[in-house]
Write a protein that binds this ligand. Structure first.
Ligand code: CDP
Ligand code: CDP
Length: 212
C-alpha cells in the first residue's frame, strides 16, 4: 500500500508541524514543499540574480536536489519573501512539480505540505487537509519562532509580511493557494499541536481502513 497525505495552508498555520507528526506516526516520507521554493530563492539571492529572471530560476529548479533541504538554513525572512516571488513563475512551478510528484510516489506513503498539494501536485491524494488559523495567531506564532532564533522583529511587521505573502500566494494565476474541494478544513486558531494531530489522525485512520 502507498498512501498520500496532502496538507496545504497559509504561512504559520501549523501545516509543517502536522505533516511531521503524521509522517512520524505512520512511517511515511515527508516533503516540505515550501523548502523547494525557498531553496530556489536562496540560490537566486546568492547568485545575485534578479528575482524576475524566470529562466535562471527555472534552471535552478530543474537541478534542485530534494535530499539536502534544511529549514534552518532556509528560514530567513528575506528567503520566504523571495520564495513567494519565484513561486509565481510557471516554469519554476513546472520543474518543482515533477520532483514533488516523484516524491509522492514513495512507499509506504508520503506526506507533502505546501500551498497547492491537494489541488495540483496530488489531486488524487488519499486524504487532504487545509490548515488555517487567524492572521493574528499565525503572526504571533511566527513572531515567537523568530524571537526564539534571535531574529526578533516587530509583531506588526511580521503580521504585514504574512498578509502580503498570503495575498501573493492566493492571487497568483498559476496554482494559487486554496483548499481542494475535497479537503478537510482544520482551523488551528484555538488548537495546540496535539489537538490538531488528534483531529487529523482520526480522519486518517478512517481513510486507511477504507483503502484496505
Ligand atoms: O513556512 P512558510 O509558511 O512561511 O512558507 P513556506 O511553506 O516555506 O513557503 C514559502 C513560499 O513558497 C510560499 O509563500 C509560497 O509562495 C511558496 N510555495 C508555493 O508556492 N507552493 C508550495 N507548494 C509551497 C510553497
Ligand atoms: O508550516 P507552517 O508555516 O504552516 O507552520 P509550522 O511551522 O508548522 O508552525 C509555525 C509555528 O506555530 C511553530 O512554532 C509551531 O510550533 C507553532 N504551532 C502552534 O503553536 N500551534 C499549532 N497548532 C501549530 C503550530
Amino acid at each position: 500500500m502507498s498512501f498520500v497525505v496532502a496538507i496545504d495552508g497559509p504561512a504559520a498555520s501549523g501545516k509543517g508541524t502536522l505533516a511531521r507528526r503524521i509522517a512520524a506516526q505512520y512511517g511515511f516520507h515527508h516533503l516540505d514543499t515550501g523548502l523547494t521554493y525557498r531553496a530556489v530563492a536562496r540560490a537566486m539571492l546568492d547568485a545575485g540574480a534578479s528575482l524576475d529572471d524566470e529562466e535562471a530560476a527555472a534552471e535552478l529548479a530543474e537541478n534542485l536536489d530534494l535530499s539536502g533541504l534544511d529549514r534552518d538554513v532556509l528560514s530567513a525572512h528575506e528567503v520566504g519573501e523571495a520564495a513567494s516571488r519565484v513561486a509565481v513563475m510557471s516554469k519554476v512551478r513546472a520543474a518543482l512539480k515533477r520532483a514533488q510528484q516523484q516524491f509522492a510516489r514513495k512507499s509506504p506513503g508520503a506526506v507533502l505540505d505546501g500551498r497547492d498539494i491537494g489541488t495540483v501536485i496530488c489531486p488524487d491524494a488519499d486524504i487532504k487537509f487545509y490548515v488555517t488559523a487567524s492572521d493574528a495567531v499565525r503572526a504571533r506564532r511566527r513572531h515567537a519562532e523568530m524571537a526564539a532564533k534571535g531574529a526578533a522583529a516587530a509583531y506588526d511587521a511580521v503580521l504585514a509580511d504574512l498578509r502580503r505573502r498570503d495575498a501573493r500566494d492566493s492571487e497568483r494565476a498559476d496554482s494559487p493557494m486554496r483548499p481542494a474541494h475535497d479537503a478537510y478544513l482544520l482551523d488551528t486558531t484555538e488548537m495546540d499541536i496535539e489537538a490538531a494531530f488528534a483531529a487529523a489522525q482520526c480522519l486518517i485512520e478512517k481513510a486507511i481502513a477504507a483503502k484496505n
